[in-house]
Design a protein around this ligand. Structure first.
Ligand code: CA
Ligand code: CA
Length: 192
């Protein structure tokens, strides 16, 4: 499967490397501890599959479980935050081909549900979650490559977002945005 993306963990050894399929054409990886077990997990959007794969790590370089979640066309970027304030991590994906975002809300045990789509975001190529308004809720900044712009969406609470401003950043494609350190979510970035 030459085009099938694989996640490779750990160093090659006599026992071989751990691999796990994540779908075709992955564009990004975000790290977080989705199930609160102290081990780093991953979420990977695969643009040709319209899906995100969540891989739960075992802290020894292996994968405990893998589960995929459907998103929109051409998912290219992902970020993580607690968007609805329930203490459990959620994720947001840019659907570049569809002009939308998809959010999933975590249950704190590594599973995600209550999909929410935000339409009308033309050509989103990357997204970062941060509290831009100072109210303690993570908002979203979305890079729109074809418009040479960044869209700012404010979190209205319960994970609901409103587009409040679009900033022109001049000619050229803003890709990607730089995310902030995710303190408190990654006790260590050590897969082994
Ligand atoms: Ca974990
Ligand atoms: Ca949450």
């Amino acid at each position: 499967m030459p085009l099938c993306a694989m996640v490779l963990l750990g160093l090659l050894s006599s026992a071989g490397a751990h691999t796990s399929a994540t779908g075709f054409f992955p564009h990004a990886i975000v790290l977080a501890d989705f199930n609160h077990d102290g081990h780093v997990d991953m979420a990977v959007p695969a643009s040709a599959e319209r899906q995100v794969t969540v891989l739960l790590g075992d802290g020894k370089g292996g994968i405990l479980s893998s589960r995929t979640y459907p998103v929109g066309q051409g998912p290219t970027w992902i970020d993580v935050a607690d968007f609805n304030g329930d203490g459990r991590l959620d994720f947001v994906v840019t659907n570049t081909g569809e002009g939308s975002l998809t959010l999933y809300f975590g249950n704190g045990e590594g599973d995600f549900a209550a999909r929410q789509d935000i339409a009308g975001i033309h050509g989103p190529v990357s997204v970062v979650a941060a509290d831009f308004s100072g109210d303690g809720l993570p908002d979203l900044a979305v890079a729109q490559a074809k418009r040479s712009a960044v869209a700012l969406l404010l979190n209205q609470g319960a994970g609901k977002f409103t587009l409040v401003q679009t900033y022109n950043v001049g000619r050229g494609a803003p890709h990607p945005l730089q995310s902030r350190p995710q303190r408190g979510w990654l006790p260590r970035r050590d897969f082994g």
